[in-house]
Design a protein around this ligand. Sequence first.
Ligand code: COI
Length: 348
Amino acid sequence: MIEVSRCQNSRIDTVDFNQLTFGKTFTDHMFCCTYDQGVWQNPRIIPYGPITLDPGAKVFHYGQAIFEGMKAFKDDHGSVFLFRPDQNITRFNKSAQRLAIPEFPEALFFEALKTLVDIDRDWVKAGHGHALYIRPFVIATETGVAASPAGGYEFMILLSPVTAYYNEKLKVLIADHYSRAADGGVGFAKAAGNYAAQFYPTNLAREKGYHQVIWTDASSHEFLEEAGTMNVFFRVGDTLITAPTNDRILDGVTRKSIIDLAHEMHLDISIRKFSVTELMEAYHSGDLKEIFGSGTAATISAVSAFGHKDKLYTLPEVSDPYADRLKHALQDIQYNRANDPFGWRVIV
Ligand code: COI
């Protein structure tokens, strides 16, 4: 049973929903649940606000923390839908297992999502581009600097009204020195540290005018794997190519939705390893038509150019790009403008 304490005064009237910076504004409430003595307990929804932690909490010392990113959408009639929450819940517990964090009960996770989003449903704006970004996470709260898993954790869910993550087409740099993930590592998990470890190489790329890095496999830097906060797709001729997931690559919910939509739209899609050599050959022969990234935050974000070993390669403008077609098909389902043959929408 989730205990609910509502805030006295909503902050909603102070927010300009047309001038949002991604992930900077949070709604009135948050969900918390504490792990202690081997059980998740005291599930509660409370007013959004700071929390107090002991500076010895293990999250500060060993980064024992995982998160998820998901979204809710409002249709033109005021109904609010979660998009494929089951996928995020399952992936959350895979990440938890890898980081030696106790799994969070699926039914309680789902109930918490629905209850919290319902309480703050006025913060979900209808209309194209508006969404509620949902950020579940767990941190290790037990005090102690022994390098071992904590005995205490806090699970929380925050809600943030958002619009687009990227407002322009992206320039991406292909990694040829730094790596995001290694075989047997945590690349597939949404471990907080996976993202922190990208900041420095991404900053170096930004200094050269790029938005993001396309990560390659750590051993040869030859296979194209993931783009910053997104999975990545390449269109060569009329075939869409994306890397198969493995223990280095995040099993993106938007990625798998795109694969299903591409099949439904009878687009040719190939899930296979794709190399830098093939990319360069396709670029030079004129067969490389599009590159785009996919992610919950970024939705589908088209790439305008990529860099490799200090050279910039600009992609051609194509008519009726696959990125746009797939994005429209995805958003039509998310905003309840189209049938949902896959059963992805979950009404709140
Ligand atoms: C998401 O797309 O939800 C992500 O996890 C990206 C986030 C790091 C902004």
